[in-house]
Design a protein around this ligand. Structure first.
Ligand code: SF4
Length: 91
């Protein structure tokens, strides 16, 4: 990938837009905040912190994709994509 990027360097237009990385607390705001532990973490904040580090997958928070918390799903998927992490297909 590095070699391919180097070969295409003349075609690549740099982006000078500054993007700020969300914090664990910002991610936490978009989680169900029930601390249900379905994801294997003790709290939703712990899940948010590990998601930020790429150590958790958004797909593990099943309540986000079912029932009363589905309205949070799109915002979370956008956040995950902005972080550069893969979005699980089953979402
Ligand atoms: S599964 Fe989702 S709602 Fe439950 S504790 Fe984990 S992050 Fe929070």
């Amino acid at each position: 990938m590095i070699n391919d990027t180097y070969r295409r360097r003349a075609e690549i237009e740099p982006c000078y837009e500054t993007r700020s990385r969300p914090t664990a607390l910002q991610i936490y705001q978009w989680l169900p905040r029930t601390n249900c532990r379905e994801c294997g973490e003790v709290t939703c904040l712990a899940f948010a912190a590990r998601l930020l580090l790429g150590e958790q997958s958004i797909g593990r928070s099943r309540p986000l994709f079912t029932g009363e918390y589905r309205h949070l799903k799109e915002a979370m998927l956008e956040l995950v994509a902005a972080l550069g992490y893969a979005i699980p297909e089953e979402t």
